[in-house]
Design a protein around this ligand. Structure first.
Ligand SMILES: C[S@@+](CC[C@H](N)C(=O)[O-])C[C@H]1O[C@@H](n2cnc3c(N)ncnc32)[C@H](O)[C@@H]1O
Length: 255
């Protein structure tokens, strides 16, 4: 089947530059000339489309990974290496109701929204208007807004939702909001937290002494990429050494 109107397409230039575009009635400028994006309707995924100078750009199906790497960001975001693992640990799937704070640039919001479709909901909280707007902008761009309700306020007073399937906190002082997270969660379900420093992890662990959570797990994820050359297979010289620590715990009742 050919590319359809309004579908997102990942264009890959001869040098490997990746560009995310939509199938629409528009011309798109590249360093190799212009691409008529309506012509994508005559192209199949995996085939090349040509610029007016005859340079081929491969057309590939974008995944959420490509969207996350291209969203507008004005805050630190959570990266795919943590995002995928977070989904699994929180048990997110179609129909999940999940609460998160803060929305920031919306990388986690987009990821959760993608996976709760078609009948789940993400309730995201953000106290700064500029980040709330940015998150909504990114969600609209990716077509994921229908699965998100954004609330512009501080979570100090708690969350509106009850019995949600999961809560995630990506804020500077998550230990201040463990009680609020506990109140929103369904019994036995998972709270996830991301913090960039070990002293924040210690604060969270101290916080768990006051609020009934169990099954506490602290970890970090290291990702090492390899140069894909069969004869000289070895890691790239540089890697991202640190992003953040992840903490997971489950709500228990009656402590
Ligand atoms: C690091 S950013 C979140 C990034 C986001 N998880 C992502 O993946 O793009 C942290 C956000 O939390 C918001 N925030 C911090 N404390 C908050 C609070 N108590 N209530 C609501 N929002 C809060 C900040 O304004 C900021 O936008």
């Amino acid at each position: 089947m050919h590319w359809q109107p309004n579908e997102f397409v990942l264009l890959v230039s001869p040098e490997g530059k990746r560009l995310l575009v939509k199938v629409e009635d528009k011309r798109f400028s590249t360093h190799h000339g212009e691409i008529d994006l309506s012509k994508l309707q005559e192209t199949k995924p995996g085939e090349a489309v040509f610029t007016h100078k005859g340079v081929p750009f491969l057309t590939l199906k974008p995944t959420l990974y490509d969207f996350i790497h291209r969203l507008k960001r004005r805050t630190q975001i959570i990266y795919p290496k943590e995002l995928g693992y977070i989904l699994m640990r929180l048990g997110i799937g179609p129909g999940s109701r999940v609460v998160e704070c803060g929305a920031g640039s919306g990388a986690l919001t987009m990821t959760l929204a993608w996976w709760v479709r078609p009948n789940g909901k993400v309730f995201t909280y953000e106290r700064e208007e500029r980040f709330a707007k940015l998150c909504l902008e990114n969600l609209s761009w990716a077509g994921l807004k229908p699965w998100v309700e954004l609330k512009l306020r501080d979570i100090g007073a708690g969350f509106d939702e009850r019995d949600v399937d999961a809560v995630f906190l990506d804020v500077r002082e998550p230990w201040c909001y463990l009680k609020q997270a506990w109140e929103a969660l369904r019994g036995g379900c998972v709270l996830g937290i991301l913090v960039p420093t070990t002293n924040q992890v210690s604060e969270v662990l101290r916080g768990f002494e006051e609020v009934p959570f169990t099954d506490i797990d602290v970890l970090e994820i290291l990702l090492r990429r390899y140069k894909p050359v069969a004869e000289r297979l070895r890691p790239f010289d540089r890697m991202v050494a640190h992003t953040g620590y992840l903490i997971f715990a489950r709500k228990v009742l009656g402590k």
